[in-house]
Design a protein. Structure first.
Length: 437
């Protein structure tokens, strides 16, 4: 790696740190740090109450929380210092933010401006060359405002809900000012390109969430007669995960005389609904809602599981998944997977080759697929081995980190033409603000 790679510090702006459901961000940061890239983490919200991933301890980056409710004194002091140092720029942007509040434009709620002011003041004392936000919602908004206040260029990664439920004009504003936008599936990239046409151009890149497969013990399922087969799902308990279809499929399998149990790991607003559905169908003794679990416990669940099922759907409000990280983890662990061809999932699962896909909202087809795997040890092992090979070939964490660094440096991933990073920073700082600010 070049000396400049070691010197460049990237400020990561995230929703909450740590967040158990966002292991892809954790993996990304660890991978970059292993390549010698200094990272700073800034969290828009305070930590989640859910269990923390054990790998959080591997992260060397300092974490600062920008939540105004719990850090308002620091935020007020920081904004006052910033106002004194650059009054014209600060007041000019604040006026735009206040005006935008009444027309729903790109700047969002005023609290994001004050968080950006807090962050900008912190960065005035740190050697940070680049901002990267995860999610096109509040983190990208804070990154954009911080860019306006400091001139430091920013990129952001857009995922799922933050794409499909976004106001397109608000998204356009963030896209216009960003150096580049990353998304985790070709499906997402194609959707954004259709929405924004020439503006998207080479600015939007697909970089898959990589997975360190060495962290998962590969154990193909060879025997299912030793005890009841376990059908596992790991997900937030929300509509787009399709878990109601999994419980309905379990009812079909029970009526067919199949012996099995279902374990669903995760928390969310649908918990009571799913619990009531299982009870109504007489499945209370077969379907276990285990709640949120530490990642080490989830990895043990992969080792116990006979089949992994995630029957994703497009939610009634348009929300949908990209490529759920738990599918990668199950495949890395040797568990045969069943899912649906929603969003980017077919980019990971080749039907009949490394997993099975069934139509969304189709419990009968889901039950048929599960039954097919329960009946064939040979099929399970063949799919599992092909799945592991697909991950190693196309979802390498090292390859993803290399692509990310290229984007952060200002390279075109298509042409791989390198732009001088510090010259680009200086140029962006020269044009980002009104004259005399």
């Amino acid at each position: 790696m070049s000396e400049t790679d070691h010197q460049r510090t990237i400020a990561y702006i995230v929703k909450a740190w740590p967040r158990l459901s966002e292991t892809f961000i954790l993996n990304e940061i660890i991978s970059l740090e292993q390549r010698g890239v200094p990272i700073r983490i800034f969290s828009v919200k305070d930590p989640d109450p859910d269990p923390a991933h054990s790998k959080v301890a591997q992260v060397r980056a300092k974490v600062t929380y920008l939540a105004l409710r719990s850090h308002w004194k620091q935020a007020v002091a920081a904004n006052l210092r910033l106002l004194c140092r650059q009054p014209r720029r600060y007041l000019w942007l604040l006026a735009h933010v206040i005006a935008a509040k009444f027309v729903r434009r790109r700047f969002g709620p005023p609290r994001h401006f004050f968080q950006a002011g807090y962050l900008a003041d912190l960065l005035s004392r740190e050697l940070v060359d680049h901002l990267h936000a995860h999610f096109a919602s509040s983190p990208a908004r804070v990154a954009m405002l911080t860019h306006r206040l400091t001139g430091i260029p920013y990129t952001f990664t857009a995922h799922a809900k933050d794409i499909y439920l976004s106001d397109l004009e608000v998204f356009r504003g963030k896209l216009e000012e960003a150096r580049a936008v990353i998304t985790c599936t070709e499906y997402n990239r194609s959707y954004l390109s259709k929405q924004f046409g020439n503006l998207a151009g080479r600015k939007i890149h697909c970089i898959y969430h990589g997975l360190d497969t060495s962290q998962f013990e590969f154990h193909p399922r060879q025997a299912m007669e030793n005890g009841e087969p376990e059908v596992l799902s790991v997900a937030r308990l929300v509509e787009k995960k399709g878990l109601e279809d999994l419980i309905a499929a379990a009812d079909i399998l029970r009526r067919r005389g199949r012996v099995f149990r279902v374990e669903i790991i995760g928390s969310g607003p649908q918990r009571e609904t799913l619990k009531a559905q299982a009870k109504q169908m007489g499945l209370a003794d077969r379907v276990r809602l285990a709640g949120a679990q530490a990642h080490d416990a989830v990895c043990l669940a992969y080792q116990r599981a006979s089949i992994f099922v995630l029957p994703c759907v497009v939610a009634s409000n348009g929300d949908r998944d990209g490529i759920p990280n738990v599918l990668l983890e199950a495949m890395a662990s040797g568990v045969p997977v069943v899912s649906t061809p929603v969003s980017g999932i077919p980019e990971l699962i080749d039907p009949g080759v490394n997993g099975l896909l069934v139509p969304p909202h189709d419990p009968k087809s889901l039950a048929d697929a599960i039954e097919k795997l329960l009946a064939s040890r040979e099929l399970c092992e063949r799919l599992a081995r092909a799945a592991r090979s697909k991950l190693e070939a196309s979802f390498s964490l090292e390859a993803s980190a290399k692509q990310l660094l290229a984007v952060f440096r200002g390279q075109d991933l298509g042409k791989q033409s390198q732009v001088d990073f510090r010259a680009a920073v200086a140029a962006e700082r020269a044009v980002s603000f009104p004259k005399g600010s």
